[in-house]
Write a protein that binds this ligand. Structure first.
Ligand SMILES: Cc1ncc(COP(=O)(O)O)c(C=O)c1O
Length: 366
């Protein structure tokens, strides 16, 4: 039997009854946009992130874009981020008219190198977007110190880090604002597109509530040119139902990761390092190996699905030819050729994890 990278069939088999009940309740409510389910989810998700405010939007991409818009980022401005991320991080910057500025990642992790941020700051820099890639938070204390020194805003891209801790504090409450995605495969996933923004800044929350809803204060009264980007009631109901279980699923991801760590740490060029009080929520379990392509082929021949997050860094993509690149992005490029994501979803069985470990070790010892 093959092993899929993600398995929705198992998720539905395990959780289907509760999910269907939540959907039916929302369907019968007769209200599908900005209703009770969304408000309930916002309150609960703010709690998950240890934040005063959370607001639902249509996707993680919109969450990033709307925060930048609310901060007034636009043409002529620069926003610093990494090139080893999903394209949406930089697309959101580009949508505002600002220029993405790509800096390198640290030599011993997959995360932005704070030393490279300092070197990239100019008078045009308006914001920094650290990406909590794979489910581990970037070095936020160092990043916030740099941001404070230069008076720039920090937007966490927490689209892969629901529930992750950084030195005892939750992702989403570490910067000035954070963006989350509930794309179906995320650790907390909807069954369609959905996203959220978290912040402790009440003014920002207020502006974002206008921006996501056509700039309306009251129905048909528009004070700014806003957008249509709401979390709909059906997705909010699903998320409310899943929220009860999502930390259990995270714990299962962490258990699978521990099993991998135990057997594969020796072959991983970038083994995980966590600060005291920090956790990894394993949206992806990534190993860094010299013969990545051959290993991926070998696993495929054994029926094991793997993915690469991400094979082409954004500064090498035609779409971002007009971005600014600071430094040679040596670590980013090295990593892109060596990373491989193994299945880590909560529905994996121990025996499947052992099968994957066995297949990797067979390749290494061949
Ligand atoms: C790091 C990162 N940023 C942004 C996004 C965009 O989120 P969405 O797909 O919900 O627009 C994603 C996920 O897809 C992501 O993984």
């Amino acid at each position: 039997m093959g092993i899929d990278f993600f398995d929705f069939k198992r998720e539905i088999a395990a959780e289907g009854a509760e999910i269907l009940a939540a959907l039916e309740k929302a369907l019968r409510s007769g209200r599908y946009i900005l209703g009770e389910e969304g408000a309930r989810f916002e309150e609960r998700f703010a709690g998950v992130c240890g934040c005063r405010h959370a607001l639902g939007v249509a996707s993680g991409t919109d969450a990033l874009f709307l925060v930048l818009k609310a901060w007034g980022v636009g043409q002529g401005d620069e926003v610093i981020t990494v090139a080893n991320t999903f394209a949406a991080t930089a697309l959101a910057i580009a949508y505002t008219g600002a220029t993405p500025v790509f800096v390198d990642i640290a030599p011993d992790s997959h995360l932005i190198d704070p030393r490279c941020i300092e070197a990239a700051i100019t008078r045009k820099t308006k914001a920094i977007i650290p990406v909590h890639l794979y489910g581990q938070c970037a070095d936020m204390d160092a990043i916030m110190a740099i941001a404070d020194r230069h008076g720039v805003a920090v937007l966490e891209d927490a689209c892969q880090a629901h529930g992750a801790l950084y030195r005892g504090r939750q992702a989403g409450g570490l910067g000035h604002a954070a963006a989350f995605s509930f794309y179906p495969t995320k650790n907390l996933g909807a069954y369609g597109d959905a996203g959220a923004i978290t912040t402790n800044d009440a003014d920002l929350d207020g502006r974002l509530r206008l921006l996501r809803n056509y700039g309306q204060t009251d129905r048909y009264h528009h004070v700014i040119k806003g957008y249509n980007s709401r979390l709909d009631e059906l997705q909010a109901a699903l998320l409310n139902a899943k929220l009860k279980r999502f930390m259990d699923w995270t714990a299962r991801r962490q258990e699978v990761a521990r099993r991998y760590d135990e057997h594969l740490a020796g072959i991983n060029l970038i083994p995980l390092r966590l600060e005291e009080g920090s956790t990894h929520v394993y949206h992806q379990y990534v190993i860094t190996v010299p013969e990545r392509d051959a290993l991926q082929e070998h696993l495929k021949s054994r029926g094991i699905a793997t993915l690469i997050h991400y094979p082409v860094p954004l500064h090498r993509q035609a779409a971002f030819g007009d971005a600014r690149v600071v430094g040679d992005l040596r670590q980013t490029e090295l990593r892109a050729a060596q990373i491989l994501s193994l299945p880590v979803h909560p529905w994996l069985k121990d025996q499947e994890v052992d099968q994957i470990i066995g297949a990797v070790l067979d390749f290494v010892r061949r």
